[in-house]
Design a protein around this ligand. Structure first.
Ligand code: GTP
Ligand code: MG
Length: 449
């Protein structure tokens, strides 16, 4: 199982106090010993202080190394982690020394790929490692940790296990047809499959929220020209990103920025004010705006204090959208009456004073991530298109299997569809082992009786 030896810098290159270099593979200890004259593999998982030297015997650095003998290492192989000084010179020299003495430069993700190859984690967990590293919002990190913890893997493994059981029962029905008094009636198997299908459907229902959490919710600021969309965009970001002027038609291009609201990932978009314009560039910008509004998960529909269109008018303007719409009255600081005549459901904001911005953020998070958007309630769910495609395949195959058992009574075809469903789950988790089904057939039945 052990593979060729790879090395790489595990921390970002550049000026830093420390850097970590990883070395993994069949000859990891041999290669390490060439760079560390005092190398010892015992005791394992203990930091040793040592001099790291280059091929000509020159000192590269004095640092710590830790030895993780396979298979109980991150990759499942013999692995050595070097902790050296950071910066532009030392880590590069250390990696070069390892490459010069028998290691190969690791490909992107290769350490984690080896972890999957050696059964240290499944594909879903490997994806979670990537998501955790890429997380820009607390909620994303939390979701990735759940997945790394095996939350999603366990749910899928349970489903797969239930499927293999059903397959085993069906196998018995095929091998001993016509035995009305067989251990399990087809109708019962069909009912069991239906149960599994419903569980698959429940998991599939988590896909939109999970994918949104990974990518960030698309939140679009829209409305007539000059209502203060760009000002609101800047205020929400806490940075001057978009140009603001007193004349209508300032924003032409849609501007997108990644940010977080209360720890949730948001793709915030400022758009050109919606109006008919003779100006070609502005009219093109309005076209962009409309497309963004249609794709948005949340539209923040802005209207300035004393704006012409009433609440009802604006609601109907955004009525046909699939995303949620939050109505906002901007420039609240310009309001003269202490109790403005606006419906209670209308959020009032001021980019000048900051009024209403926190409430708006809360409303956006609620609209984008659910009524009870709370990090503590984050359930393991699907987070990628790959997950959704595999589970859709499994659900459709289960539906077919059910039909074959209830209507046409073709257990052989039903078994074929069950296999298809199981394979879809196996691809998702990253285990493909047909032998397991056979084991179950003989394990749970006393066929020789
Ligand atoms: N008093 C006050 N003025 C604001 C506020 N928000 C925006 N303004 C002013 O309103 C004018 C237009 O603001 P923008 O943010 O450029 O408006 P916009 O909706 O992006 O306009 P377009 O890009 O042309 O569609 C500017 O003069 C801003 O200074 C606010 O909260 N209070
Ligand atoms: Mg603007």
């Amino acid at each position: 199982m052990f593979s060729d030896t790879i090395a790489a810098l595990a921390t970002p290159p550049g000026r830093s106090a420390l850097a970590v270099v990883r070395l993994s593979g069949r000859d990891a200890f041999v290669v390490a010993a060439r760079v560390i004259p005092t190398f010892t593999a015992v005791p394992p998982r203990t930091a040793h202080l040592a001099a790291f030297v280059g091929g000509d015997g020159t000192l590269i650095d004095r640092g710590l190394y830790t030895v993780f003998p396979g298979p109980n290492s991150y990759t499942g192989e013999d692995l050595v982690e070097f902790s050296c000084h950071g910066g532009l010179v030392v880590p590069i020299r250390l990696v070069s020394a390892l490459l010069a003495t028998g290691a190969r430069a690791a490909l992107p993700g290769e350490f984690t790929r080896r972890a999957v190859m050696h059964g240290r984690m499944d594909l879903l967990q490997a994806e979670a490692v990537g998501d955790l590293i890429d997380a820009t919002a607390a909620a994303q990190a939390r979701q990735a940790l759940h997945q790394l913890d095996g939350g999603l893997s366990r749910r899928l493994a349970d489903l797969r296990s239930a499927l293999l059981d059903a397959e085993a029962l069906l196998g018995y029905d095929i091998d001993f047809p016509g035995e009305d008094d067989g251990p399990v009636k087809p109708a019962r198997i069909a009912a069991r499959i239906q149960e599994i299908r419903e569980q698959v459907a429940r998991l599939l229902a988590t896909a939109p929220a999970g994918e949104r959490l990974r990518a960030g919710a698309l939140v679009v600021l829209a409305g007539p020209p000059n209502v203060g969309k760009s000002s609101l965009f800047n205020a929400l970001l806490g940075a001057d990103r978009a140009i603001v002027t007193a004349s209508p038609g300032t924003t032409r291009d849609a501007i997108e920025a990644h940010t977080t609201f209360l720890g949730w990932p948001i793709r915030l978009v400022d758009t050109a004010g919606l109006r008919e314009s003779a100006d070609e560039a502005e009219q093109l910008g309005v076209g962009f705006s409309r497309r963004y509004v249609e794709a948005a998960e949340v539209v923040v529909a802005c209207e300035a204090e004393g704006g012409e269109a009433g609440k009802r008018g604006r609601e109907s303007e955004f009525e046909s959208l699939s995303g949620s719409v939050i109505l906002v009255q901007t420039k609240a600081d310009l309001s003269t009456s202490p109790r403005p005549r606006v419906p209670a459901s209308l959020l009032r904001t001021s980019s000048l004073t900051g009024e209403g911005l926190d409430l708006l953020k809360e409303a956006v998070v609620r609209a984008a991530f659910g009524a009870h958007a709370s990090m503590a309630d984050l359930e393991p769910g699907l987070t990628r298109e790959r997950h959704r495609i595999s589970l859709t395949r499994a659900r459709d195959a289960l539906r077919e299997a059910e039909a074959q058992l209830t209507d046409d009574r073709e257990p052989v075809l039903a078994a074929h569809h069950l296999r298809e469903a199981a394979r879809a789950l196996e691809e998702l988790i990253g285990v493909v082992d047909v032998e397991e089904v056979l084991g179950r057939v003989f394990g749970s039945f006393c066929v020789g009786k």
